[in-house]
Write a protein that binds this ligand. Structure first.
Ligand code: TLP
Length: 348
């Protein structure tokens, strides 16, 4: 039985050609700043995002958390959405390693407004924590791969400027937003002081993220990365995969988006599952399974029995993510498995 793995776009394996460029990458000791391939990757992404400098990181979590640390002091507070990855899915690193708390905001599809941000900035009195950072996620994972409207980001930037707050973008899947919207990376990045980009998600590299920002910010981030144990040596072999991905795997994200839509329409048409179609904007589909009468874990396990792997994402919710290792035949197989799971089943 062929396995269709839709748990995440992190499950992709490097292609033959990617492995070849990794094997032949020029390397040096990156702690001395002497790895030419790492330096090139950092420079390429910084330029694409219109910032001065970049820094290669082991993971998206490290990249976000180094940014949090470099922007804040212990006791500070970060404004973000209630479902933000940096707040919910990074093992409590911000409180543990940076001593900061979060002021989470509610809003449709992983977004919030400038008015909400304004209201969340703490007054100066000594009773309060100091608001030190605004963090936004684009595309938004838990909201279902949704795109944060650029106009609202610009309005939030004005609030941040009024209060002299830096802004961080968790752009783990920013290139999905770029491809789906047609808006250039530098335009998306413009309202932000720092941006984290993941190479190991839709872009298909086996590992790596890059944090970009001003020269001064990246100098601080180099020190924090070292403290977090993330200073690495001959990592040009990994950076080469990232460079290859940036060159060859961005435009093809449109295919993943097309597959996600097909999945959303195919699965959403079956009684038992509910998919909110306007939310399906990129490569993620959230499926409400409550009408099946089974728990989300049961539905997941029944799909796994048929060779289709998905993740649970909260009560009554499954997440499927499309990526470069799943072709259109795999998508049809997945829809068939979702159909087969319901066959002869009368929800109790
Ligand atoms: N997300 C993973 C899981 O942690 C949920 C996934 O499968 O989607 N920001 C965002 C928006 C992410 O979705 C992720 C990973 C990260 C940061 C962290 O990246 P890594 O896994 O490289 O630490």
């Amino acid at each position: 039985m062929r396995t269709i793995d839709l748990r995440s776009d992190t499950v992709t394996r490097p292609t033959e050609e990617m492995r070849r460029v990794m094997a032949s990458a020029e390397v040096g000791d990156d702690v001395y700043g002497e790895d030419p391939t790492v330096n090139r990757l950092q420079a390429v992404l910084a330029e694409q995002l219109g910032k001065e400098a970049g820094l290669f990181m082991a993971s998206g979590t490290m990249s976000n958390q180094v940014a949090v640390k470099a922007h804040t002091q212990p006791g500070d507070e970060v404004i973000c959405h209630r479902w933000a990855h940096v707040f919910n899915f990074e093992g409590g690193t911000s409180p543990a390693m940076s001593g900061v708390g979060f002021n989470p905001l509610d809003g449709e599809y992983g977004t919030f407004t400038a008015e909400q941000a304004e209201a969340a900035v703490r007054p100066g009195a000594v009773h309060y924590p100091v608001t030190a950072l605004v963090a936004i996620e684009n595309t938004h994972n838990k909201a279902g791969g949704t795109i944060f409207p650029l106009g609202e980001m610009r309005r939030i930037r004005k609030v941040a400027d009024r209060h002299q707050l830096p802004m961080h973008l968790d752009g783990a899947r920013l290139f999905n937003a770029v491809v789906a919207s047609g808006i250039e990376p530098a335009q998306w990045a413009e309202p932000f002081d720092s941006i984290s980009i993941c190479l190991s998600k839709g872009l298909g590299a086996p590992v790596g993220s890059v944090l970009v920002g001003s020269k001064a910010f990246i100098e601080r981030a180099v020190r924090v990365r070292k403290r977090f144990g993330g200073a690495m040596r001959q990592v040009g072999v990994l950076a080469a995969a990232g460079l290859y991905a940036l060159e060859h795997h961005i435009d093809r994200l449109a295919e993943d988006h097309h597959h996600a839509r097909r999945l959303a329409e195919g699965i959403g048409a079956l009684s038992g599952y509910r998919v909110d179609l306007p939310v399906v904007q990129t490569n993620i589909v959230m499926i409400d399974t409550t009408a099946t009468g089974w728990s989300e874990n049961e539905v997941r396990d029944r799909l796994a029995d048929r060779g289709v792997l998905v993740n649970t994402f909260g009560p009554g919710t499954l997440r499927v993510v499309t990526h470069l290792d799943v072709d259109s035949e795999g998508i049809e197989t997945a829809i068939a498995a979702f159909t087969a799971v319901l066959e002869g089943h009368v929800p109790g």
